[in-house]
Design a protein around this ligand. Structure first.
Ligand SMILES: Nc1ncnc2c1ncn2[C@@H]1O[C@H](COP(=O)(O)OP(=O)(O)OP(=O)(O)O)[C@@H](O)[C@H]1O
Ligand SMILES: [Mg+2]
Length: 253
């Protein structure tokens, strides 16, 4: 199963990616986290890993070479690959969680992130998972990844919605784009501080034609860990992510 986490900037995509990955690992699954966000680089910290992996883009000669190859149909010249085929320098691993990072924008004027988008799409298309493996893809903020077709190989799109009108607007756009691609989309209500907020946001999300798979509370342990750049603690948001994963595994069966 390949699951993407998308939504407005700052809505909680990386937090949910991390918490779902940890929950999946605690259920005995081998978990691949794919960092498809070319801007932020702190996902390894949230996951409690020592450092980031070498960007996968380097395997193909870096951004410049990749640009030249963009016009070719298959950027990755293989019909398919397994997690174990990924060379170890492009993977950081702890226990049964592995992190791959597609590529980052590091310098001013280095150009757009389109080559990374192409690579993310090809990587996800050609990644073959065994039945005891699951992949969570932390997407860039907004809707551009749909335009680039990165979600083509995704089985479930998790749309992270925080209590703001802007977040709802992005959610509505994503629902439209995902339905055009025939994708199963579920909303996760994040940063929920009361039952009243959960009800109001839930109503707004449903009015936009989305199903809600779970609700994640505002968790001071998450806030603290993010402020200090530490691995995410396992508090009430972690518990809520466990329920979401259970619901997903039930849908799958
Ligand atoms: N459930 C939560 N409880 C407490 N704080 C949260 C929760 N979810 C998110 N946050 C806060 O929101 C911030 C943004 O979360 P996160 O980095 O996951 O967002 P994002 O959608 O990945 O952002 P970006 O679009 O920049 O990648 C965190 O630094 C944290 O402070
Ligand atoms: Mg993020």
């Amino acid at each position: 199963m390949k699951i993407s986490l998308c939504g407005k900037g700052g809505s909680g995509k990386s937090i949910l990616t991390t918490l779902l990955a940890k929950q999946a690992a605690s259920r005995g699954l081998q978990v691949l986290v794919v960092d498809s966000d070319e801007s932020n680089s702190g996902l390894f910290r949230m996951l409690g890993l020592d450092g980031p992996p070498v960007p996968f883009m380097e395997l193909l000669g870096g951004k410049q070479k990749l640009k030249e190859r963009m016009s070719q149909k298959n950027v990755l010249r293989t019909d398919g690959f397994l997690i174990r085929d990924i060379p170890s320098r492009y993977l950081v691993k702890r226990d049964s969680i592995m992190l791959v990072s597609i590529g980052k924008i590091l310098q001013a004027f280095e150009g757009c992130a389109c080559p990374m988008g192409v690579l993310s799409r090809e990587f996800l298309k050609k990644l073959c998972l065994n039945s005891d493996e699951i992949a969570f893809v932390d997407m860039e903020a907004g809707v551009e990844h749909f335009g680039r077709g990165i979600d083509e190989a995704i089985d479930y799109v998790f749309l992270v919605v925080e209590p703001s009108f802007e977040s709802l607007s992005v959610a509505e756009k994503i629902r439209g784009l995902a339905s055009g691609m025939d994708k199963a989309v579920y909303a996760i209500l994040n940063k929920i501080d009361s039952e009243e907020t959960a009800r109001r946001l839930g109503d707004e999300v449903k009015a936009r034609g989305l199903k809600v798979i779970g609700t994640v509370p505002m968790d001071p342990l998450i806030f603290e860990a993010c402020l200090e750049g530490r691995a995410l603690a396992e508090g009430k948001a972690f518990h809520a992510a466990g329920k979401i994963l259970d619901s997903l595994l039930k849908v799958q069966i």
